[in-house]
Design a protein around this ligand. Sequence first.
Ligand SMILES: Nc1ncnc2c1ncn2[C@@H]1O[C@H](COP(=O)(O)OP(=O)(O)OP(=O)(O)O)[C@@H](O)[C@H]1O
Length: 320
Amino acid sequence: MIEVKALSKQFGAQMAVNNLSLKVDRGQFCMLVGTSGCGKSTTLRMINRLIEPSGGQILINNQDVTSLPPEQLRRRIGYVIQGVGLFPHRSIHQNIATVPRLLGWKKADIDARVTELLTLFKLDAATFAGKYPHQLSGGEQQRVGVARALAARPELLLMDEPFGALDPLTRELLQDELLRVQKLLGITIIMVTHDLEEAMKMADVIAVMDKGELLQLDTPETLLRHPREGFVQSLVGGMDRSLHLLAIKPVSQVMTPLSLQQQQQPSPSPAPTIEANANLRDAMALLIWEQAEQLQVVDADGTPIGRVTMHDLLQQGARA
Ligand SMILES: Nc1ncnc2c1ncn2[C@@H]1O[C@H](COP(=O)(O)OP(=O)(O)OP(=O)(O)O)[C@@H](O)[C@H]1O
């Protein structure tokens, strides 16, 4: 979907991005992580040509981005930044409608799209469409920011620390919503974050950068189990690696399913319950809290569908 080849950006004597190559498939979620100043934002801004590269090439669906005028390119690429950047004197409807209007969509199509996106992000269209940004909470503004970026059905969404300014609870809620919407729409996302936990939770692939260079591009599990020596190892290789490994897997992947017969019989000694889509770290925390040896796994309706034991979790979090 997107291929970056030997991309570089030099500011004066400094190489902000140095010979970076990276491929992200359609529908994948790629996270860029690394310490402050390692070139993450510059990389994103070269992809949508807010910054022109000093060298290298960027292809989107095999098309070189320099072959398109920047404005036309940016209409095909959604861009969300920290602090949202909503237009303060335009209503929420007008904000979300910005790019479709520039593209000359019919009014009825724009109205339908605005309602669809607000609903997708669980904002009641009748209540929110006519409001102005200052009348919304930070979390609501951030949802509108993402909705606006998605309005014209872009092929690619670039996000630069979109949840950086939010409190931890709102941040987690928006992470879950973004993942849901991404899976629903099958959109390709490249997102910058400082937060390794956020990267582990959301990414299909994580790109670790340092001093302008890409050091490793791998799935969260491979990155945790086989980090390259040096910077990547120091970034992910701490004692809590086992907990990160637990956090990236849902209980459903590890549980022992109940047979139909077992499902219909009440368990003789009821174990604490956990939902199948909870992650293994939450399961571990519950086991410790309840001093239990196993948990009963339930589906969204509360029907028992399996069980997971402390032994299962110890295996999953262990060095391979
Ligand atoms: N317009 C510019 N002119 C000169 N130097 C710049 C410019 N933009 C970025 N830089 C420098 O390039 C380097 C990379 O910056 P960039 O913003 O890409 O880093 P980052 O990894 O996104 O950092 P952070 O996580 O702090 O946002 C930094 O040293 C920065 O000071």
